[in-house]
Write a protein that binds this ligand. Structure first.
Ligand code: TYD
Ligand code: MG
Length: 457
């Protein structure tokens, strides 16, 4: 007779330990290993017994790839264009989508709006919330421009009850708000516990695949920015979206970081209004709307956010440092990248930021993740240093090497086309870049020293 035992799992990384440990042997986190009861699920038990008894369950026979029938992927459009866009065209039946974001950013609002629109399009949606009561959800729904009246709501956190309700209403889409509030009867630990999050996600994924129901789960993010719970959560699901932005500002960015049914790094932009989220179809114009002409320390670049170009403004301020070590404050850009660019400017272009505090930020909460934005960061820094505004009709495109050399960035035609649409006439970038876009000329800048001469003149 096997004794009931426990496993000890790291709450940071999900690594399983045979016994308690003060420090996780996998991710080295301290005080993160927690006890979890092991409940052997009936299905697993009977499967094991069947194998032990020599009566292996009939397995599906393998097929040759060419024998497998293909059908075009079905997608349910939510009718929220920016949401459909980041998903790759709509919700795929039987898929599981995870949407992460800080509290108050608008996840529940987004999903309620999507649910309302799906209902309007004839899809049955069950919205199960452990975060808010049905009457609170009703109050939110009343604010929205959409009519969410047909959406089924359920104030329930027991997974078995939620799945029962989904079956009862034959839901096409089930929304779980949030994965940290649900629990399954098969585990004794509390909701939000790593084991619960993992087990509930696994059960939801099986439910999605078996029933063809699409499952959308909300996940809270930790201080580090990742979705709280085991790393396996993001691995289990088909699609991972992040909803971000400064809570104080109106803009919300919806980003795909994983998508089994579409491309990643797509960006959808919304603004939060009195009546819920409204798609921003033209993010470049919005991101540049607040840009003031004739101010030093500002440079515009075109980023590729997935398949589409988006123009953003990079701002820098170099100011005399009050005391001690000068500050380096970077918002929307990796501080290490900023350090590299400052070092390159010091050594290769003989500029000096050594006694200056340096602040760099990007408009509307956008993050610069591609090296193609280097030139704009350098231009903003130089412009601030010499207090010379960059010309208003110029965008900066290019990557900077450690030697101070400037290299062309990819997808240049699409970036320039977007810049042309918004009235920019010149591109500062590598002379090896070329463009056929009418009305826009490339001004060759091949070294940071040349950039300084051009901007400081
Ligand atoms: P919410 O969807 O509750 O965020 P999350 O689920 O990510 O925690 O949205 C929270 C904020 O959005 C809240 O502060 C109120 C604001 N809001 C609006 O400004 N307009 C609206 O129409 C709605 C529904 C919410
Ligand atoms: Mg919420």
């Amino acid at each position: 007779m096997a004794r009931a035992r426990s496993v000890y799992r790291c709450t940071e990384c999900g690594h399983e330990h045979p016994k308690w440990a003060g420090r996780c042997e996998s991710c080295a986190a301290w005080n993160a290993v927690a006890e979890e009861p092991v409940v052997v699920r009936a299905a697993v038990k009977s499967g094991r017994h069947a194998l032990a008894g020599g009566r292996a369950a009939p397995a599906a026979a393998p097929s040759r790839l060419r024998e497998i029938a293909t059908s075009p992927l079905e997608r349910w459009r939510t009718g929220l264009p920016e949401f459909d866009f980041v998903l790759g065209g709509g919700i795929v039946p039987g898929s599981m989508i995870l949407i992460g974001g800080e509290p108050g950013i608008g996840k529940s609002t987004l999903l309620l709006q999507a649910a309302a629109r799906l209902e309007t399009a004839g899809r049955t949606v069950l919205y199960a919330s452990g975060e808010e009561s049905p009457d609170q959800i009703r109050l939110r729904a009343d604010r929205l421009a959409e009519d969410a009246g047909a959406v089924h709501v359920l104030g329930e956190t027991r997974l078995e009850a939620i799945l029962g309700a989904a079956a009862a209403v034959t839901a096409d889409v089930v929304v779980i708000d949030s994965i940290q509030t649900v629990y399954t009867d098969t585990l004794e630990s509390a909701p939000g516990n790593v084991g619960q999050v993992r087990e509930c996600s696994g059960q939801l994924m099986r439910f999605a695949k078996e029933s063809g129901t699409a499952v959308v789960v909300v996940g809270h993010v930790t201080k580090g920015g990742g979705i709280a719970g085991p790393k396996t959560l993001e691995h289990i699901v088909d699609t991972v979206l992040y909803f971000e932005g400064e809570v104080a500002l109106d803009y919300r960015l919806l980003r795909t970081t994983k998508n089994r049914f579409g491309s990643v790094d797509e960006l959808g932009v919304f603004s939060m209004t009195e009546n819920g989220l409204v798609a921003v179809p033209n993010p470049s114009a919005v991101f540049l709307a607040a840009r003031a002409d004739g101010i030093s320390g500002s440079a515009v670049t075109a980023l590729m956010e997935g398949t589409r170009p988006v123009l953003v403004e990079v701002q820098a301020l170099a100011a005399k440092s009050g005391y001690g070590t000068p500050q380096r404050v970077a918002t929307g850009i990796d501080p290490k990248r900023l350090a590299v660019l400052l070092a390159v400017l010091e050594r290769r272009a003989e500029t000096s930021f050594a006694a200056l505090d340096v602040f760099v930020q990007v408009t509307a909460g956008v993050r610069l993740t591609e090296p193609g934005a280097d030139l704009a960061v350098a231009a903003a820094l130089i412009s601030s240093l010499y207090n010379r505004p960059a010309p208003a009709d110029v965008i900066f495109l290019g990557e900077i090497g450690l030697g101070g050399e400037i290299r062309p960035s990819g997808a240049i035609e699409r970036r320039i086309a977007e810049a042309a649409r918004l009235g920019f006439r010149r591109v500062f970038g590598s002379s090896r870049s070329s463009s056929q876009i009418a009305g826009v000329s490339i001004v060759g800048v091949d070294h940071v020293e040349q950039l300084v001469r051009t901007l400081a003149a």
